[in-house]
Design a protein around this ligand. Structure first.
Ligand code: SF4
Length: 403
């Protein structure tokens, strides 16, 4: 961070992250392994060039990636990778469109989890004061302001481990979701772990998407969090998916992980039965008082490489430039947009701390010929992202064909 720039404490997007029932149409080797594990699957028969070439010329997402194939793509020389990602991005998305999301913290701090990057964990001394859940009216007023400023998705985060025993809170959150829907905006919530019944309740209330990040690779994950497992995260993602919600799940760069963990993170999400509708790429901004408070900022080339690789392996997914964006220059952000990122958080605050503001973003958009993505554009059916529709359509055609 330049010495003249104030240290911005950026909260990482709440990491709350699919049991996923693997459809029988999947190859057997996929069905036999847990997500995020190294598999004894078919070894890529192709050379590096051909794996790269296949990704570059793909016409639909694929879900049977091997770790080796993802590594080959991730290790591609960066400028070649970024150019290819830009080409794939233009094929699957309108490169002028960026989804503008505003995130509000509806319940701050006091979380029982020990995520080592998070200011809201009650186990870390960050000076953050815990608060009760805010009123429905306050949340909807913030949603209206967000809409007036151009945001089309409104995300609500609560610092909880899970939703067990939180019936009143869930009722209020459903009111918030309905209110946001009435404004014509997409809604997303991140509430920790949820079961299938809770996911269905949220879906019925009109929720568009559920955020629950996997954070990092399966292998590195225990170095970051000890109070819940990788598989618990995947189960929540699966519950959201099964309930018909779009899934937003991504990771955090700069936790002390290595390049192989970026590959592992991409492997986890790219081999889900349906790719996440949204893949947030966060970079750690160290927060004093957390175990990772003294870590150095993750270098920009790692962010760009992760975004570009994600675009090649998950061509339809919305890739979100999330926490850490405030320290990127305008040109660095634009480079990320060229390499496949097509969503940002914007507004007054991102959970507990600063965020790039609407005014600043609108200026950048005007200068570079970008415009906000409309609501529900990714899926004509509410709650059904393009990848999910693709999965549903495939299932339907298989049924029709009597498979
Ligand atoms: S400590 Fe709690 S609020 Fe913070 S990321 Fe972990 S689960 Fe979310």
């Amino acid at each position: 961070m330049p010495p003249t720039m104030p240290r911005v404490r950026i909260p990482l997007r709440l990491s709350h992250g699919s049991r996923a029932v693997i459809p029988s149409a999947k190859p057997q080797w996929v069905a036999q392994r847990a997500y995020g594990t190294v598999v004894d699957g078919p070894v890529a028969q192709s050379s590096q060039a051909s794996t790269f070439e296949k990704a570059l010329t793909a016409t639909a997402p694929r879900h049977n990636w091997t770790k080796q194939e993802i590594k080959e793509i991730y290790d591609t020389p960066l400028m070649k990778l970024a150019h290819a990602a830009g080409a794939v991005h233009q094929k699957f998305h309108d490169p002028a469109e960026i989804q503008m999301c505003t995130l509000i913290n509806i319940k701050t701090g006091g979380c029982s989890e020990d995520c080592s990057y998070c200011a809201q964990s009650s186990r870390h001394n960050t000076g953050l004061e815990a608060s009760k859940m805010i009123q429905v009216g306050t949340v909807l007023a913030a949603a209206r302001v967000a809409k007036e400023n151009g945001s089309t998705r409104f995300c609500m985060g609560a610092a909880w481990r899970d939703m067990r025993g939180r019936k009143t809170n869930l009722r209020n959150i459903k009111e918030m979701v309905k209110g946001v829907k009435d404004l014509g905006m997409e809604s997303c919530v991140t509430l920790g772990m949820i079961d299938l019944a809770q996911a269905k309740e949220l879906k019925e209330a009109g929720l568009t998407a559920y955020n629950h990040n996997v954070d990092t690779s399966r292998e590195f994950y225990p170095s970051v969090i000890s109070t819940r497992t990788y598989d618990e995260r995947l189960q929540t993602i699966a519950n959201a998916n099964e309930a018909g919600l779009s899934v937003c799940t991504g990771g955090i760069l700069g936790l002390g992980e290595e390049a192989k963990d970026h590959v592992g993170l991409l492997f986890t999400v790219a081999t889900m039965p349906t790719h996440p509708e949204s893949f947030p790429v966060n970079t750690l901004v160290p927060i004093k008082g957390t175990p990772l408070g003294d870590r150095e900022q993750s270098p920009f080339d790692v962010t760009l490489r992760t975004i570009a690789a994600a675009r090649l392996i998950m061509p339809k997914t919305i890739i979100r430039l999330a926490a850490g964006r405030t320290i990127l220059s305008e040109e660095q952000q634009v480079l990320c947009f060229m390499a496949g990122a097509n969503a940002v958080f914007t507004g007054e605050k991102m959970l507990t701390t600063a965020c790039n503001g609407w005014e600043e973003d609108n200026k950048i958009f005007a200068k570079w010929g970008l415009r906000p993505m409309q609501s529900f554009q990714a899926g004509k059916e509410e709650g059904a992202s393009a990848p999910m529709r693709e999965g549903a359509e495939k299932k339907k055609s298989q049924v029709e064909l009597g498979r």
